[in-house]
Design a protein around this ligand. Structure first.
Ligand SMILES: Nc1ncnc2c1ncn2[C@@H]1O[C@H](COP(=O)(O)OP(=O)(O)OP(=O)(O)O)[C@@H](O)[C@H]1O
Length: 713
């Protein structure tokens, strides 16, 4: 039996149209399959048919058929009260009323929404559904033989698009397997998992409409595994929100798995394209296999729901391994020739001559914005160390006039949770006159973070996204800027790119059809005050500065291929920008006697040079200060006059220790689960994302314990 792929395009599956077709019985619509190749792949990757078979037999279902399928499903389910009490007679009437702003009353009237859920939504002010909710809720509830892939732009309400039908399903089947997990929601980061759990608490539990009896439990890394299992025993949750590593840990204990997870009906992958990429994918496959094997209702019982704002061909092909239903329904709210990017974001790019200028200009830009209006800004940086450094720089530049938060994957989980909660509460509505840093009344603020904050996070009222350099992957540009312009609002984004990074714009335009029309160039920097602050901070914490600049090189190594960047140009820029910024320090009178500018070149450990950079030595000598270190490491020769032996020698040790620690976490840690605790979402701590060509090549060539820096966020 081959899989039937239903494709529901944005324009064609406006529910209004669906209803019209149903009631008139006339197929007036010609479906546009914007992702024809995708649907083909979904069909053709199915195991036991030849690809020609697949292409021939794949079933593209027009909106008519979709309605017919839904109606059938409604009919089937309406006869089975236990499963669903949607009555056939209700559906045409309901469908007649449906358009892209479906009112929740119509769902309730059609018995698609229980009164308790209706009240909960109403109390939150969610009276009409967003388009993705309108399009996804009915198929999730009714197409019991389909797995579902849903693509909708950032900030359009995908979370409730899967939570509403999950709660509806729980209410309608409440007498079945009451003390068992019925739905699992997997998110790639802990912060996102926490946010989803909070959303459940806020929307479905807060006002006590009897929905609390469907308990939810969070299973994420960075928390005590035994405690989590104990809590499960006490709570007997019906919904689990998890990150992959911790979920796999829990399921790996067969006794625990069978005790709680034998009756799962739904598994939802939020940010599914990330979860299906190499690194996460193996874990997701193992999780799916474990869940299928223990399911009392059979190997093919669990329905898989994939949600994201971005999908690519590879991911959709891979998803077939995880989806076992006969049909795949692709609900697409993005039109055929439309980019996936949220069009309500006003996109800008500033191209600077080099990294030094990129740092200075972006700081100046943020400061100006914060000085002139009540902004709430999120700033994305490449690596954890660079993020820390940038956060410190911005804090100094702010002069205490606006709060600056820093978030990345290497912070303790409770610190992360705290920062996310505080930034969410940060308000932009108060007048500047009322600003008081010691009260919760501050207006505006800036969150500096890595790509750990790029996906899914819903910070209210972000009016601007600033990116200092390229993201960790192309799709993340779309997710990063999607932190603004959410829930119908507008927003602005500013991308700061160095000259050496500009090919990124071509990749973005060719692969994601996103063109940034507002471009400006910066080749000099006038604000002496900011320059002064930056140079002083860099010079003061030379270890952090060294690490921040070095990790950028590793980061670049991981993205060079995808963005078609020239790695030599990038290396040169990093080395010379570092030198430039520290030379400024000398201008301020900090230069040590007899010290040459050459000594300000970025120190690069030898192992790093060998494994990551791999450009001709004569160039490296020009850009980086590595000669002396090569000598020290190779011959054990200590030059007492070499200042690196003192202050920077410590960095050398720290750096190598860090490598070893990371290596041992990944490969040697025998404590069960600790490997995965890092890997479930803390991209920075695992090597999971080093699947990029450079990263893996580099690991194969090396000893196996040098990490790629691509995932250092
Ligand atoms: N029906 C609705 N009416 C009004 N607001 C809504 C509705 N549904 C969701 N929202 C709000 O819209 C915002 C964005 O929702 P959500 O975080 O689910 O977006 P998303 O599509 O998952 O975005 P991303 O792709 O970034 O993860 C949230 O603040 C949410 O409360």
């Amino acid at each position: 039996m081959f899989k039937k792929a239903l494709y529901i395009s944005a324009s064609q599956f406006a529910v209004r149209n669906v209803l019209k077709t149903t009631t008139t019985g006339v197929n007036s619509l010609t479906p546009v399959f914007s992702s024809l190749s995708t649907v083909k792949r979904l069909a053709s990757t199915n195991s036991n048919i030849s690809s020609s078979d697949a292409i021939e037999k794949e079933t593209f279902v027009s909106t008519d058929n979709v309605v017919a399928d839904s109606k059938d499903a409604f009919t089937t389910t309406s006869t089975n009260e236990k499963k669903n009490d949607i009555e056939k007679k209700d559906t045409p009437e309901l469908l007649e009323k449906l358009d892209e702003n479906v009112h929740i009353d119509s769902l309730k009237d059609a018995n698609l929404l229980d009164a308790s859920i209706h009240k909960a939504l109403d109390r939150q002010g969610f009276r009409t559904l967003t388009p993705v909710q309108s399009k996804a809720i009915i198929p999730i509830l009714s197409q019991v033989d389909s797995d579902i892939i849903t693509r909708a732009k950032t900030g359009t309400g995908k979370t409730l698009a899967f939570l509403i039908p999950i709660f509806q399903h729980l209410v309608k089947t409440r007498r079945e397997s009451q003390y068992m997990v019925r739905a699992i929601i997997v998110a790639p980061t802990r912060d996102l998992a926490i946010q989803i759990e909070n959303e459940i608490e806020k929307v479905f539990y807060k006002n006590n409409y009897g929905l609390q009896k469907f308990e939810t439990q969070l299973l994420i890394g960075g928390t005590n595994l035994r405690e989590s299992i104990k809590r499960m025993e006490k709570k007997r949750p019906n919904i689990v929100v998890a990150t992959p590593g911790r979920l796999k840990d829990v399921l790996s204990d067969e006794r625990v798995a069978k005790r709680f997870f034998k009756f799962v009906d739904f598994k939802v992958f939020d940010e599914a394209d990330t979860l299906l990429e190499v690194g996460f994918r193996e874990e997701m496959e193992e999780i799916s296999d474990m869940l299928n094997e223990i399911n009392e209702n059979g190997l093919n019982h669990i329905r898989t729901l994939l949600f994201s704002a971005t999908f690519n061909d590879k991911v959709e092909a891979l998803s077939n391994k995880l989806m076992r239903k006969e049909n795949n329904t692709f609900i697409d709210t993005v039109d055929e020739n439309e980019p996936e990017v949220q069009e309500k974001v006003d996109q800008h790019v500033t191209i600077t001559s080099n990294l030094a200028l990129n740092i200075l200009s972006s700081l100046e830009y943020i400061k100006k914005n914060m000085d002139t209006q009540n902004s709430k800004i999120i700033v994305f940086c490449p690596s954890t160390k660079f993020t820390s450094l940038y956060g410190t720089l911005l804090t100094k530049v702010s002069e205490g006039k606006f709060p600056v938060y820093t978030l990345h994957g290497k912070l303790q989980q409770n610190t992360r949770t705290n920062i996310v909660a505080r930034f969410k509460k940060q308000d932009t509505n108060n007048s500047r006159g009322n600003r008081n840093r010691n009260s919760n009344n501050t207006s505006g603020g800036v969150l500096v973070c890595t790509d750990v904050g790029a996906r899914g996070m819903d910070y209210p009222n972000i009016n601007q996204v600033v990116q200092v350099g390229v993201p960790t992957k192309l799709a993340n540009y779309i997710h990063r800027i999607g932190r603004t312009a959410r829930a119908g609002k507008t927003g602005k984004s500013m991308l700061f790119l160095t000259k050496a990074e500009t090919n990124f714009l071509d990749a973005l335009s060719e692969i994601k059809q996103v063109t940034i029309e507002n471009q400006q160039k910066v080749s000099s920097f006038e604000d002496e005050q900011i320059k002064d602050v930056v140079c002083k901070v860099l010079a003061k914490d030379i270890d952090l500065t060294d690490e921040a600049f070095t990790t950028i090189l590793g980061f670049y190594k991981g993205v060079t291929k995808e963005y078609r960047l020239n790695f030599e140009h990038l290396c040169k820029d990093v080395g010379l920008s570092y030198t430039e910024l520290l030379r400024e320090r000398d201008i301020d009178g900090d230069k040590e006697e007899g010290e040459e500018n050459e000594d300000k070149k970025l120190y690069i450990p030898q192992s790093f040079v060998k494994n990551v950079i791999q450009v001709p030595n004569r160039r490296l000598v020009q850009w980086f200060n590595l000669g002396k270190f090569v000598k020290i490491e190779d011959n054990g020769f200590e030059n007492k006059n070499n200042r690196f032996n003192n202050s920077r020698g410590s960095f050398n040790n720290k750096f190598n220790n860090r490598y070893n620690q990371r290596g041992s976490t990944r490969y040697n840690n025998s404590e069960r689960g600790s490997n995965n605790r890092n890997s479930d979402n803390n991209y920075g701590s695992s090597n999971r994302n080093s699947d990029n060509n450079y990263g893996s090549k580099y690991r194969r060539k090396g000893s196996g314990k040098n990490p790629s820096f691509h995932d250092d966020y």
